[in-house]
Design a protein around this ligand. Structure first.
Ligand code: AMP
Length: 123
């Protein structure tokens, strides 16, 4: 399947500076900022600057430089936020069944409390 990127999504607007954000880290190819509706004491989103809808889109089409920079940025945020001591969760929702709200790749870094089991039982 070919992904189509919608440049009116809210993270595209953040990248263009049209909407403010609480930046944690910026690199050549990535931006990390605090989630506006945090689900844990630490809740940081890391996005690539390029127009990628979701993780598999990025993994298939981004350059090696973008991928290295992005993954390193996740590591930098984990280090800066001190999440390794007590653990954390990394989530990348995708598409309808993944219940992705914003169609620009983002990983959630969640930490600072026990996050419970990975998935709630299906309804
Ligand atoms: P997802 O459901 O994985 O697409 O997650 C989207 C996330 O983006 C949610 O956790 C929202 O709280 C967060 N979010 C939406 N708008 C903003 C914003 N302007 N700044 C920071 N986080 C946002």
């Amino acid at each position: 399947m070919a992904y189509t990127y919608d440049d009116q999504n809210i993270f595209a607007k953040i990248l263009r500076g049209e909407i403010p954000n609480n930046t944690v880290l910026e690199t050549e190819h990535a931006l990390a900022f605090r989630d506006i509706n945090p689900q844990a004491p630490t809740h940081v989103l890391v996005i690539p600057k390029g127009p990628y809808v979701c993780f598999d889109h990025f993994a298939q089409e981004a350059s090696d430089a973008e991928i290295v920079d992005y993954i390193r940025a996740v590591g930098e945020v984990c280090k800066a936020e001190g999440v390794e001591a007590d653990g954390f969760r990394l989530i990348a929702n995708a598409g309808k069944n993944g219940v992705q709200e914003v169609p620009h790749l983002h990983v959630h870094i969640l930490a600072g409390r026990n996050l419970g089991r990975m998935l709630a039982p299906a309804n």
